[in-house]
Design a protein around this ligand. Structure first.
Ligand code: FEO
Length: 396
């Protein structure tokens, strides 16, 4: 159902309550998502972004509640990823002569997805298009989060449409930030930042400073996923600056897998050591944990402590995806340590320590190994490791 978000500006997107994974396994979405598309009705009719392809008919039906889709003059494709451009072919069948506005890099990626001879117009930062009473202005936002990403600003109504930036995978009945549960909203906004945008944190700070330096009035921030920020919209901009600075909380995450419970007992002993020093921690069992939740908690925490039994002279493979993500996301300002039980050769702790170092996570204490099931002394060593890491977390 179309929803007016500013005068003659309508949300015509789709709420996907059922989505649980994005790009297959890459990103879990326990609260679903939305694909936000915005219709601006002025002397020219403009559609900013579309929806994921399977929902294209819903988008067209929502547009039809406001205008005949054939009346669309301009379609802005801020970013080529299919969750936002997938509805383009269906929309363009209604308005084949419409101009498709893309960023310079979008001039490569959008045609590359659809191979259609649409009337493309590439824009750069500072370019404007007059649509009647209002103007559209464009700001390229490369690597937030693709090279083609772009923000579109509707002057006059002061609506910033920054595509993926400031979004959340969050399906809700309310369209606006003041209509939803604030804890859930920020949990999803942080999960989105930590798992998608962390590698580009330096660019996030630069881009935010650049946009703020333009002194644009911003009454509404309308991202391409989740709710629209209309109540104190700059609150999410401030949060992004805070998250982009990657200053961790004084807490720890323990991540482990176990074969016969020995490494689990060690994980709990490490936790007891952290608690003895007053450092809060969470323990995650790698094989069944939500990977993106674990990564979000690691993003928040100062320390990541990983435990694994030795299997085939390495750590157990279930932890491999976590380590790949830690390397890819490149979290800053982290410390870590490793532990694990073993039966024969016992390499896991050493290999884990090498992995942590290769992720630029500084080792805060020597690893602890236990042969077969851990003894009382082994568990005491684990608790000591927890205390050592806790003191490092506290900077002592
Ligand atoms: Fe980069 Fe929401 O797609």
């Amino acid at each position: 159902m179309a929803t007016e978000i500013a005068e003659n500006v309508y949300w015509v997107g789709v709420v996907d309550w059922a989505l649980r994974h994005f790009h297959g396994y890459e990103l879990s979405t326990p609260r679903g998502s939305t694909y936000n598309s915005y219709l601006v009705v002025d002397e020219k009719t403009v559609l900013v972004d579309t929806v994921w392809g399977p929902f294209a008919d819903d988008l067209v039906a929502n547009v039809r509640e406001v205008v005949d889709p054939a009346a669309i003059d301009i379609v802005v494709a801020n970013h080529a990823e299919s969750d936002h451009s997938g509805g383009l072919p269906a929309v363009m069948r209604h308005c084949p002569k419409a101009t498709v506005v893309v960023s310079k890099r979008g001039a490569e990626s959008v045609p590359g997805h659809y191979h259609q001879n649409w009337n493309f117009k590439a824009v750069a930062t500072g370019d404007r298009i007059n649509i009647g009473k209002h103007e559209l202005a464009f700001v390229e936002a490369p690597m937030l989060h693709w090279p083609d990403s772009m923000f579109t600003y509707l002057a006059g109504e002061n609506v910033l449409m920054p595509n993926d930036a400031f979004g959340q995978h969050y399906a809700t009945a309310g369209r606006f930030n003041d209509e939803v549960d604030q804890f859930e909203l920020y949990e999803e906004a942080l999960r989105y930042y930590a798992n998608i945008l962390t590698p580009f944190s330096d660019l996030v700070i630069k881009k935010i400073d650049e946009v703020l330096s333009l002194n644009l009035a911003v009454d509404v921030i309308a991202p391409s996923h989740g709710v629209i920020w209309r109540d104190n919209p700059l609150q999410i901009v401030e949060k992004y600056k805070e998250w982009a600075s990657q200053v961790p909380e004084p807490s720890a995450v323990i991540l482990y897998d176990t074969m016969w419970q020995g490494t689990r007992h060690m994980a709990e002993a490490v936790g007891a050591g952290l608690a003895a020093e007053g450092v809060p921690y969470k323990i995650f069992f790698g094989p069944t944990a939500d990977r993106n939740q674990v990564l979000t908690e690691v993003f928040r925490a100062k320390a990541i402590i990983i435990g694994s039994p030795t299997v085939n002279r390495r750590y157990i493979s279930t932890l491999g995806t976590y380590l790949e993500d830690l390397r890819g996301l490149g979290f800053k300002n982290k410390i870590g340590a490793a532990f694990g039980s073993y039966g024969w050769s016992g390499e896991a702790v050493k290999v884990l320590e090498e992995q942590l170092k290769s992720c630029k996570i500084e080792l805060a204490a020597p690893g602890v190994r236990a042969k077969w099931q851990p003894t009382a002394d082994d568990l005491a060593a684990c608790a000591a490791l927890g205390r050592d890491v806790a003191r490092a977390v506290k900077g002592k």
